[in-house]
Structure formats: structure tokens, C-alpha cells
Design a protein around this ligand. Structure first.
Ligand code: PAF
Length: 276
């Protein structure tokens, strides 16, 4: 992969990376299209597909994470990717692997608080993918807002010569953010999963209607009332924060960001939006 990337660079072709864990859906395809628009027809788009074990805790869904290599390759080809990079665990983490990359501020709250080793795994694998594919641009989805912020900070702090582009979340018709993990939902759970989007919309409505900044604690309580309408839903967190710094806010105003994680039965879903 590195040799190919260097060849492309010598030929003057800009390279864009779309890092994924596979089981691709329309949201991923929109990232591939975004990458193509960024590098143009003469550029090269690489999609990496790798279910990275170091970002899963032992209790999480690594083993059952959905996989569909043939379907993924078909979709990458149809979307116009120039290469698909599918490393193995042994190639990514050879015996004696002992070097990790850790961001120590933006990764602490929200996903980092609920999934303590998660971002160390993400930054380590993304650093490796950037070194292997040598892109000028890497495209991440806004659904993982905190991930994009953590990767952006890592790239800045460690001087990776890459620009991080954050592409809009794609949603189903009823607002549910597209995610490979939606595949786990049984029909009744799928119907309840719209509660995440409804909570984001309600927060937006309340912030717009308020004459002054709203107490985050009060807004959180009001949104929890909505959550109770979905019998299989259990809240992990709701956080209000400044979109760039992820700094939590105690009083919520237009332009602030909200992120939440909710269990629907055994499936943990996340989503976020700017409250505008
Ligand atoms: O967002 C994902 O799919 C993963 O966290 C990523 C960025 C591919 C790293 O494994």
C-alpha cells in the first residue's frame, strides 16, 4: 500500500483516504464521493476496510461486528474508489506490537468516558492508516463527531501532512443516522431507534424557542422524558458542548452542539447535531 501511495505521489496524483470498518452503507458511499470531489478525476481515492480490534473493549461487539467483504468491494468499485486496502490483524498488529498513539484531552469525555480504551485504539489505527496510505486528505463522517475532533487534534499535534474533512451524516427517511450497527436492530427496536433523532430535534426546538440560554441540566431532563417513550431505550449520555473544542457548556445556546449515546436493547447507538 505504501509503495502504491508513493507511486501515485511521484505521478503527481493527490490521494484521499476514506477509513472504514466495512459493511458499507450509503453513508460510507457519500464519504467516497466526497473524497473524489476533493481530489478530482486525476486524484486517487483509497478506502480502507479494517475492523480494528484495539478500539473494542473485551465486552464489546468485535466478534459479531457485521462484515461483507464481497458486497463492500462491489460498492467501492461502483462508487469509483481506485483502491481498497484490506490489511489483516497480523499485518496491522504484528507479534510484539507495543506502540500506541493517545490523545489526552478531547478523548476523555463522552465516548472516551463510556469506552475507556476506544480512542487510543482509534488514534493508533488511524495514524497507521495515514502512514500506510499517505493521503493529502482523509474523510471522516460527522456521525462520529468526537472521533473526527480527536483525529484532527492528533494530526495537528503530530504534524501529519493531511487535511481532515468531516462529511455530513446521512440519515434514513425517519431521521435515524446511518450506521453499520443499525443492522443489529430487530424491527421493534429499529422503530424505537428514531428516539435519538427525535431528542436532537427537540433540543433544537427548545434552544430556538428559548429567549435566553437554557440550563443544560434542565434540557437533559426534558429530553429524558422523550427517551422514556421508547421502552427498550436506555441513556448512556447526553452532552452539550462547543463544537470545535468539545468543551461542555452549562447553559446551552444556538450554535452549541449536542451528542448522545443510547442503548436500544443490546445495541449502542450514537448521534449528534448542532443546535441551530
Ligand atoms: O469510524 C470508523 O469506522 C473507525 O473508527 C475508523 C475511523 C475506521 C478507525 O477504525
Amino acid at each position: 500500500m505504501q509503495r502504491l501511495a508513493r507511486q501515485w505521489q511521484r505521478a503527481g496524483a493527490p490521494v484521499a483516504l476514506v477509513p472504514t470498518m466495512g459493511f458499507l452503507h450509503a453513508g460510507h458511499i457519500s464519504l467516497i464521493h466526497r473524497a473524489r470531489r476533493t481530489v478530482g478525476r486525476r486524484g486517487r481515492v483509497v478506502v480502507s476496510i479494517y475492523v480494528n480490534p484495539t478500539q473494542f473493549a473485551p465486552t464489546e461487539d468485535l466478534k459479531r461486528y457485521p462484515r461483507d467483504r464481497e458486497g463492500d468491494l462491489r460498492q467501492c468499485r461502483a462508487a469509483g474508489a481506485d483502491a481498497v486496502f484490506l490489511p489483516s490483524d497480523a499485518e496491522m498488529y504484528p507479534g510484539g506490537f507495543s506502540t500506541y498513539v493517545e490523545e489526552q484531552a478531547l478523548s476523555r469525555g463522552m465516548e472516551g468516558a463510556s469506552r475507556p480504551a476506544h480512542f487510543r485504539g482509534v488514534t493508533t489505527v488511524v495514524a497507521k492508516l495515514l502512514l500506510l496510505t499517505q493521503p493529502g486528505v482523509a474523510v471522516f463522517g460527522a456521525k462520529d463527531w468526537q472521533q473526527a475532533a480527536v483525529v484532527g487534534r492528533m494530526v495537528r499535534d503530530l504534524n501529519f501532512p493531511v487535511r481532515i474533512v468531516v462529511a455530513e451524516t446521512l440519515r434514513e427517511g425517519d431521521g435515524l443516522a446511518m450506521s453499520s450497527r443499525n443492522h443489529y436492530l430487530l424491527p421493534a427496536q429499529r422503530a424505537q431507534a428514531t428516539v435519538l433523532w427525535r431528542m436532537l430535534e427537540e433540543a433544537r426546538r427548545q434552544v430556538r424557542a428559548a429567549r435566553q440560554p437554557l440550563s443544560a441540566a434542565l434540557l437533559r431532563r426534558r429530553l429524558q422524558a422523550l427517551l422514556r417513550q421508547a421502552p427498550e431505550a436506555r441513556l448512556d449520555y447526553i452532552e452539550f458542548f462547543q463544537p470545535d473544542t468539545l468543551e461542555p457548556v452549562r447553559r446551552v445556546r444556538r450554535g452549541d452542539h449536542m451528542a448522545l449515546a443510547v442503548w436500544i436493547g443490546p445495541t449502542r447507538l450514537i448521534d449528534n447535531a448542532t443546535l441551530e
